[in-house]
Design a protein around this ligand. Structure first.
Ligand code: IMP
Ligand code: MG
Length: 179
């Protein structure tokens, strides 16, 4: 892995794609043990979680469905504190087992707001999976049931995560270089 420049910012390697794949496979196994015979509905939070969700559902050994929602709270490298729904959930969720798939939990606002929306649709069960969690950044009372990796409170890109729209295609994860 090499240093990557996106716009005016420089990012250094943090996690190899092999390490990510290994962890995603473990998460897939844990979810299979719990939901393998329940036809869960994976709900992926766009845009950042699309890469993780695509890998995660292929590590799930059972019948499942996937849906997408689009929420937005970020501009540049910091959370705006203002979460917008750009694409909502359609269809009947009553009684369904929902697995919310996030790329990263930072302040926790996006997940908090989305879980509140979701609960109003009376699903049977809800669990949350996030590839990355920044424990030192969390400001809202959200629980992440399955965490890929806990990371420091630093800005990261790659594996679906972006900086102003770019960097999502990087197979590994990179962290903003400190001056
Ligand atoms: P939160 O609402 O503050 O928890 O932020 C959640 C959303 O902000 C995530 O789903 C990401 O899309 C984005 N985000 C948070 N931290 C980062 C980061 O380090 N890099 C890229 N996007 C991030
Ligand atoms: Mg996200």
């Amino acid at each position: 892995m090499h240093t990557v420049t996106l716009g005016e910012l420089c990012f250094v390697p943090m996690m190899e794609k092999e390490a990510i794949q290994k962890r995603v496979a473990e998460l897939g196994k844990e979810l299979t043990a719990r939901y393998g015979d329940k036809k869960p509905l994976f709900v992926s939070v766009l845009s950042g979680a699309f890469v993780f969700a695509a890998d995660l559902i292929r590590e799930f050994d059972g019948v499942c469905e996937i849906a997408f929602v689009k929420l937005s709270s970020y501009a540049g490298i910091s959370s705006t504190g203002n979460v917008k729904t750009i694409l909502g959930l359609e269809g009947d969720l009553a009684g369904r087992d929902i697995i919310v798939v996030e790329d990263i939990v930072d302040s926790g606002r996006t997940l908090f707001m989305f879980l509140n929306m979701l609960k109003q649709k009376n699903p049977g069960t809800i669990c949350t999976v996030s590839l990355l969690v920044k424990p030192d950044a969390i400001e809202m009372p959200v629980s992440v049931d399955y965490t890929g990796f806990e990371i420091e409170n630093k800005f990261v890109v790659g594996y679906g995560l972006d900086y102003n729209g770019v960097g999502r295609n990087l197979p590994g994860i990179y962290v903003l270089k400190e001056e």
